[in-house]
Structures are given as C-alpha cells and as structure tokens.
Write a protein that binds this ligand. Structure first.
Ligand SMILES: NC(=O)c1ccc[n+]([C@@H]2O[C@H](COP(=O)([O-])OP(=O)(O)OC[C@H]3O[C@@H](n4cnc5c(N)ncnc54)[C@H](OP(=O)(O)O)[C@@H]3O)[C@@H](O)[C@H]2O)c1
Length: 337
C-alpha cells in the first residue's frame, strides 16, 4: 500500500469559487480556463503518490477537465490506468463533475489496426481506454490526428458511433489543419454529432493556429483546447540556469529534448521572463495568460510534474490582461534572433 492510498480524499468545498469556466465554442459545455493533461507524469515510470496529489489539488482548485489519450504514460496506456485507479479510489462520487477525455490516432498496438484513423482502430481503442479507466463512458473522444489514407467519412463515423453507443458524450478532433477541420466538421454535422472541440498545439513558440484555424473554429462554433501552452516547460524559468535533474529534458522518456534548449531559445526565454516579472507574474503564468488572451481559446491544457507547478499555473488567472505595449514587446522578443 502506498503512503497516499491510506489517506481518504475529501474534495475542497470551495472548489468552484475561483476557477474561471469558459463556454466551449457554441456548445452547452463549459470547461475550466486551465485544464490538466496527463501525457507525462502519470505513467508507471512516475511516482503514484505525486500523481494522486496533483489530481486531488487540481480538483480542489476547480479543474474539472482531465485529458488523456490511449498512448499516454510510459508504457503507453499506463496514464489511463493510473487515472482510473485514482478515480476509483477518490472521485467515483464526483463523476458527474468531471470531464474526462481520451483519444486514438497514434501507434498503440502492433499490426495494421493499432494506429491512424480506421473505424476498426478507433472503436477498439476506445473500448480498451474505457477498461483501463474503469469507466462506462468518456466525456470527449478525439481523433488524435488526421489520417491521409483513411476516408475522413470513416474516421468521423467512428466518432459518431462512439457517441451513439454512449461510450462518449462528445466528439473532438486534434491536430487537424484548417481545411481538414472544415471537412471533418461538415461530416460530423451531417451525421448528427457536432464537433465539440479541436485540440491543437499553441504557445508563444508555436503559433500555427493563428493562420486560419482559430478563425475557422470561431465560425463553426467549435471550442479550442490548446495543448503544450508552456512548450513542454521551455516557457518557464526552469531552464535559465541549466537543465534541472528532475526536468522533462533530463528524463530519458521525456519528449522535450536537450537539443531544443538552444541559446536562441534561452535568450528569448530570459527576455520574456523579465517582462513577466515586471507584470508581477512568473513566466509560466504569463505564457498561459498569453494563450488565454484570445477569446477563441476555451482552455489551456497544461501539464504538471508536481503540485506547486499546478498551483502556480492556476494563479495565472489572477492576471490575464495585457497592455498593447506588453503585447508588442512579446512580439518583438519572439521575432528577435
Ligand atoms: N493532442 C495532442 O496531440 C497532444 C500532444 C501533446 C500534449 N497534449 C496534451 O496537452 C497536455 C499538456 O502538454 P505538456 O505537458 O506538453 O504541456 P506544457 O504545459 O507545455 O508543459 C508541462 C510541463 O512543463 C513543466 N511545468 C509546468 N508548469 C511549470 C511551472 N509552473 N514551472 C516550471 N515548469 C513547469 C513540467 O515539466 P517538468 O517535468 O520539467 O517539471 C510540466 O510537465 C498533455 O498532458 C496532453 O494532455 C496533447
């Protein structure tokens, strides 16, 4: 038995007092402005008690949305198992207060049916995810990426089936380009299962969504859940004095690699860090606030390897305003070489 499994969790009674909830596109669903992603830090390679502490604190602070995918954790699937364990032990009574998402689209099992966008893969994967999570349904089921070799009608029909079977409440897409999004949206609408949400990467360091996607989502009434808003930790002060031993870069299974921490990146990070301090925020907080400055963004989907990071990130909501001058300074820093 782990240390934390002996502790009985009781959620904070004031958990809905401080979080900001934004409407997801033109749907009836509201999502917290800060959501928690379980890609890293929740696998079998990670510490269970820390993972459990992060989930508890997140729920206590008003985070109702937890984002997973079939392949999250190391080994793949272990993040869903970890979350399932925590749900069962601590949150069963609160299932109707939670929005839990999962996805399928990247390699999950060998052979031709464990990858991409076939109906066979998506529906089998969702069944596996539900087993790992110990749930009858997820709230959002995503196609994790566009598959150029499967008719989009087939991939979208799998999302529609998942919803009709009651295994998902809403359908979403992730990493789809604007023209792929337009087509997917049209098909889903014809099927009678509107696309609730798109999940693209968006941060100060990766701004592809500004080139048509955000406009399209607004036009179609679709929400936008922005992942890796901290560029996996680069947009914080943590790498300014070297590579900490417990950071994502230092971990052998981390997706952020040493080569990505370049002189030029660090120069920008240092300048952004100065500006954040002048605003009375940490750089992590300013980076999250910057993504949330766009009203088309429903939520920032951040990760955390410990409770203090989560607390710091949620406190970004205390200052979401930017002056024109601050925004211009950020643009200049991002454009500098
Ligand atoms: N749809 C997709 O294709 C896709 C792809 C990637 C991610 N996602 C989703 O997006 C979620 C978030 O992605 P991400 O983890 O890359 O997000 P991120 O928020 O950009 O990075 C999170 C990492 O940054 C560090 N960090 C967080 N807060 C910090 C703070 N206040 N100060 C210093 N360091 C801090 C931690 O790493 P350390 O370990 O260094 O402490 C943390 O694990 C994922 O969990 C997943 O749900 C989706």
């Amino acid at each position: 038995m782990t240390k934390s499994s002996r502790i009985r969790y009781k959620p904070a009674e004031n958990r809905y007092e401080k979080m900001k909830y934004n409407r997801c596109g033109q749907s009836g669903l509201q999502l917290p402005a800060v959501s928690l992603g379980l890609w890293h830090n929740f696998g079998d390679v990670d510490d269970f008690d820390t993972a459990r502490g992060i989930i508890h604190r997140a729920f206590d602070l008003g985070i109702t949305h937890f984002d997973l995918a079939n392949n999250y954790g190391l080994p793949p699937g272990s993040a869903e198992r970890t979350f399932g364990k925590i749900l069962k032990a601590d949150l069963t009574a609160y299932r109707d207060e939670l929005i839990i998402s999962t996805k399928a689209g990247y390699l999950m099992w060998p052979g031709p049916y464990g990858d991409w966008g076939s109906r066979k893969y998506l529906l089998a994967s969702l069944d596996q995810s539900l087993k790992r999570l110990g749930l009858d349904y997820v709230d959002i089921f995503y196609s994790h990426r566009f598959d150029p070799n499967t008719p989009l009608d087939e991939t979208m029909s799998a999302l529609d089936t998942a919803v009709r079977q009651g295994k998902a409440i809403y359908a979403g897409i992730s990493n789809y380009k604007p023209e792929q999004t337009a087509e997917a949206t049209k098909i889903l609408r014809q099927l009678g299962t509107p696309c609730l949400i798109h999940q693209p990467r968006y941060s100060m360091f990766d701004r592809w969504v500004e080139d048509g996607l955000l406009d399209m989502l607004e036009k179609e009434g679709i929400g936008c859940m922005c992942f890796s808003p901290l560029a996996q930790g680069l947009l914080t002060d943590k790498y300014l004095k070297g590579i900490p031993k417990d950071s994502r870069v230092a971990k052998p299974h981390g997706f952020l690699k040493r080569e990505q921490v370049t002189e030029s990146v660090l120069k920008k990070v240092a300048a952004l860090n100065d500006l954040a301090q002048q605003r009375g925020q940490s750089l992590a907080q300013m980076a999250l606030a910057w993504v949330l400055r766009d009203k088309r963004v429903t939520s920032v989907l951040a990760g955390a390897s410990r409770v203090e990071q989560l607390e710091q990130n949620i406190a970004a909501l205390n200052n979401l305003q930017f002056t024109d001058e601050e925004l211009a300074r950020i643009e200049a820093i991002l454009k500098s070489s």
